[in-house]
Write a protein that binds this ligand. Sequence first.
Ligand SMILES: [Zn+2]
Length: 389
Amino acid sequence: MNGSTSAALQDLVDLTRFGPRFHGDRGIHDAADWIESRLSTAGLHVRRQAVTLPAWEPGSANTLRVTAPIDREMPVWPMLWSGSSDGVVTGHLRPLGPQGIWGDSITWQRFIVEDENGASLAYVHARDIGPAAPQPLPHGSDLTLPHLVVGRLDGMQLREWVTSGKDVTVMLQGDSGPVGDPAIADNLIVDIPGTGEGTVLVCAHYDTFYNTVGAYDNGSGTVALLRLAEQWAAKPPSRSVRMVWFTAEEWHLGGSRHYVDSSTDSELAELDYVLNVDGLGRGSFLETFASPEEFGHALHCAVGQYASDTGRALETVNRFPPTTGTDDASFYRAGVPSVFMTFNDLHRLHQPDDLPNAGIAANIVWAQGLVERLVALSSPRRVGRPGIL
Ligand SMILES: [Zn+2]
C-alpha cells in the first residue's frame, strides 16, 4: 500500500469509528464535527445547513420465519419508514409482483402477508441481488404495516413456492416506526475560490443507513472530498468549487432536496454542473451517468482517458438518463446539469460488513485524481427541469 492509500484508509477508519451515521443520530453529529475540524485545520470555513425530517427508528425485533412448506428463519431488515406489527403475527404470503426502488433503477419482488380473513398484515420485499439490504420505501407506501426485506436467494425460494401453488405461511414481527422528536443533522458546505471562471458543485453524502458504518457507502466519497478540499485549500483549482457533504441521502435525498429547495434560481444558475461521488467500493467496475446526454459522453471519454493515463484496467459503463437514487437527482430535477460516479459494491451495500479496507482506500485515491479532471470539463448546455422523471 502506498502512502496516499494508507492515509485514505486511516481517514476511513477515523470516520467509521463514530458508528452508523444515520440521519439525526449521534454518529452523524460526531462525524460532522470531525469533518469540520479537518476542514478548519486546512483553513477552510464550513457553513452548516440544518436538515429537519420526521424521525423514524428501525427497532430491534424485526423477524420473519417461514413455517410452511418448511420451517426456516429468513434474515430481514426493515425498510426505512416501515411500520410495526402488533407483536408476532401469522399469515399467508401472496405474490404481488415487481417493485421499482428509486424509480426503476432497481427492481425487487413484492409480497403481501394476509391473515385468514384476507386482512393485510405486512409486506415482504425481495432484493434483486445479494443479501437483504434496507432501502427507503417508495412514496405512497402503507406505513402502518411492517415492510421487511429478504435477500435474493430467500426471495427466489418464496417465489418458487408461491408460483408453484404452495401455501406459504409465515410468522413475522416488525417494530419500526416514527418517533416523536424530529431528526436533525447538517449539510456541510465549503467554498473554494478558483483562479479562473465558473463554479462546479462537488458533493458526497456522509450519512449511512441505520445498520452500517458505511465505509464504501459513503465514507469513501466523504473522505475523497475531504482530501480534495485539503489539497485545493493549498493549491486552488481553476474553476471555483463548492463542496457539499449531504446528510439524509439515504432518506430519499432529504439533504440535497433541502439544499436545492433553499437555493434561489440564480444560485442554481451559477453552477456549471454538479458532480456527485457516491460509493467508491472495491473493484474496477465504474458506473457513471450524467445529464444532458452529450455531457455523459464527454464524461465517459474523460474517464477512459484518465484510466489509460493511470494505467488502470477499468470496466466502465455510462447510463442515461440519471437514476433518481442519489443526490445528483435533486439537481437534475431542478434543471442543473449533473454527473454521478460510483464503484458499485452491491454485496456490501447497506450491510454491517461495509467496513474500511484497502480496496476502497485505493479507489478513493484514484477517484480524487479523476474528480480533479472532471471539475475542468467544459460547461454543458442547460436543458431545464424535466417534465417527467
Ligand atoms: Zn450512497
